[in-house]
Design a binder for this molecule. Sequence first.
Ligand SMILES: [Fe+2]
Length: 394
Amino acid sequence: MFQSFPFNTPLIQFGFDTIKQLGPEVEKLGSKRALVITGPTIAKSDILEKATASLKSRSIDFDVNIQGRDTPEPGTHIAEESSRIAKEGNFEVIIGLGGGSILDVAKMASALLTNPGKTRDYFGKEKVTKRGRPTVMIPTTSGTGAEVTKHAIFLDTETHVKKAVASNALLPNVAIVDPSLSVGCPPAVTASSGIDAWIHAAEPYMSKNANPVTDAIGLEAIRIITRWLGPAFADGEDLEARYYMSLGSMMSGLVLNNSGTSLVHAMAYPIGGEYHVPHGVSLCGILIACFESIIVAKPERFARLAEAMGENIEGLSLREASEVALDAMYHLLRSVRLPVCLPDAGITDESKAAKWAPDAHAERRLLTRCVRNLSVSDIEEIYRNAFKPRECMC
Ligand SMILES: [Fe+2]
């Protein structure tokens, strides 16, 4: 089988203290005027000072736009507000400094500078036709991989459904991934954002869009995150754990960007839109039920997944090795106090399964990549399985 595929990535500066590269990188983009978009927590921390010190070192004129948010996903209006500020100030480079939501706002704010209309006009695949002003993304959590992706996720404030803008034009110019910025991240955020990163590596690996480059990076990201999520959760100051979680998260972002998510994210969107739980929590509530439903299509890949998670599958049949992979996922989630089913996340109204199934099925951008062809009733059945309390199988 001779596969053809593109592989897109921003320029990446990875490592401790790479935040000092911000000024030089903005300068290389040919700009002396930058808007930093960040959130209220980062604005009060020394992280913003480190970023602005680097800009000052290269005499770059800048302003800071602080965007608060009232839901786990930013509302569509927030990107429009930031874009208006960028336009009025005639800023030439847009810098996103924060968690995944802030980076998504910064990417969309830049796109709206050169593309007419509102955020919701661009929901879907490749709707943004022109690149915006150049962007530099600096993540302060390890999870979304948004610093290296073409995606921006919003809560549509008119329909209350989570939607994605997925366009190559949104791919950042530069990603600065400095593990020291995530030091001290609280355990619950470390767990939910870290498992999002794990899923960004594992889900594309199980999809029709997998390719040899994303397979190699994805399996290594799974190995790294499975090994280091626990230590990062246990001690937010553990520098080694922070280093590897930042590395694993950035690598899984590359996998996500080039092979894309599928069933788990499609089914999590209606949950996040209705219950406003953190993205990672809605994913975990259905993760094992989703993966269980696709073993039939790719049992060999489940065996490789188990190996990447550090499990010994020698002498096991593919069916047994696949069950080992599901068990390893169960223990990974439990170890960092994440839900393994929907009731664990406090979501108990099983009648929602019938309501959510058509919405998830309508996420064709994601579901056409799924290795199993699923009808609306198949998806409803997976939701119903996710509503059942889950125990370890070992
Ligand atoms: Fe995600």
